[in-house]
Design a protein around this ligand. Sequence first.
Ligand code: NAI
Length: 459
Amino acid sequence: MADNADNSFDLVILGGGSGGYACALRATQLGLRVAMVEKDKIGGTCLHRGCIPTKALLHAAEVADEARSGNTVGVKTTLEGIDMAAVNSYKDGVVGDLYKGLQGLVTSAGITVYEGEGHLVGTDAVQVGDQRLTGSFIVLATGSYARTLPGLDIGGRVMTSDQALTMDAVPRSVVIIGGSVIGVEFASVWRSFGADVTIVEALPHLVPLEDEVLSKQLERAFRRRGITFKLGAKFTELTQDDDSVTVVLDTGEKVQAEVCLVAVGRGPATDGLGYAEHGVSVDRGWVTTDERLHTSVPQVFAVGDVVPGLQLAHRGFGHGIFVAEEIAGRDPMPIVDTTIPRVTYCDPEVASVGLTEEQARQHYGDVDTFEYNLAGNGRSKILETSGVVKLVREKDGPIVGVHMIGSRMGEQVGEASLIVNWEAYPEDVAQFVHAHPTQTEGLGEAALALAGKPLHVHA
Ligand code: NAI
């Protein structure tokens, strides 16, 4: 436990995840004295139970698929099997190294870390164990937890992503409830590892928050990969015994599998922490803020997953940096959810930023769109991936949405994000030469086409 003579700081941050630690690092750069309270490990969900370990599993899954398909490019390979103990030790090694690095960063920045569960005990005070910390400002950064549904108790063969990340064997079969980001990422991993996978999604599409073209392409790719999915079907009941789980859907259909993953969203981790008791506005557990992340208490801010909106680690980083600069009087630009890039790391990868076509039509009325098919992209052909890059522009205006799917397309989201956030016109993007052969040409080709001068596109 850290020790500070008078326990008073410029800033006390409750939670050491992506939002909390980014805020702490930026605030110390700006000369503020910072305390950060963490009950588990700094790095939070992203580093220990989310982004990093799941992407390590997805990389192992990609290697498994490459081993299976070496013969298609003339390389004699066979997949002997998946050694989950070794996969887990690779995954844990990645997390462990990053954790060590983060601890070093936080220590060398001079942030005082308090280990333990902190509670808001005043509008300027946090209690951790027997220590009372006071701050001129408080930042609530307590994150989120994996939610479940009534009638769906976690335990035994029924798990959330928390337990799914620590499995010591590949299940023979899995039923996944929820076909959004977590659902499709785990479906992808388990299918590559050899399991039979069935996804149950209440809405009409997989990744239902994405532009429909991406959902349809993903559904086609998953079908080809032998992943079963039931769309527009709701979970109603689950039973489990020693061998299996049986999930009953509202269609009356039953799905039986060895295990069940519940991936129906994440809720705000704010219960019992004293927020509402001290005047912080809370709505169904979420901390409501204005666009400058002020809560209803002037000196209390909130960042990351406790604030309603996209639950993404990089949004947390952005929020954290924003609040530190706001407190230091730097007048930073607010972080707007529609400007934040999104990547779903299943195979094929889904990446997007800005408005879907439907949202853009609602917002701007008339829009122009172009879908560039990766079948015409040399690098995609070499990688044996199919997919699409779709641009949405305001009529005669800037590009307001970029939607991409295909192997490795997540790596293109940086350019997509600059295009949308700098409000580039297709004509601006079209004049920049994209390296050949790369998948970035997909973005270049789509911009060329929207600018009226398509290259590798049939008229
Ligand atoms: P989500 O909120 O994105 O999706 C939950 C899905 O469950 C929805 O599509 C919903 O229609 C479905 N559902 C709800 N009740 C159902 C029922 N009774 N029967 C069938 N389906 C039902 O939640 P998810 O996927 O669990 O992810 C949680 C959060 O974590 C998200 O905000 C996500 O963006 C974030 N995340 C981001 C990742 C990334 O950026 N790569 C990776 C993993 C998670």
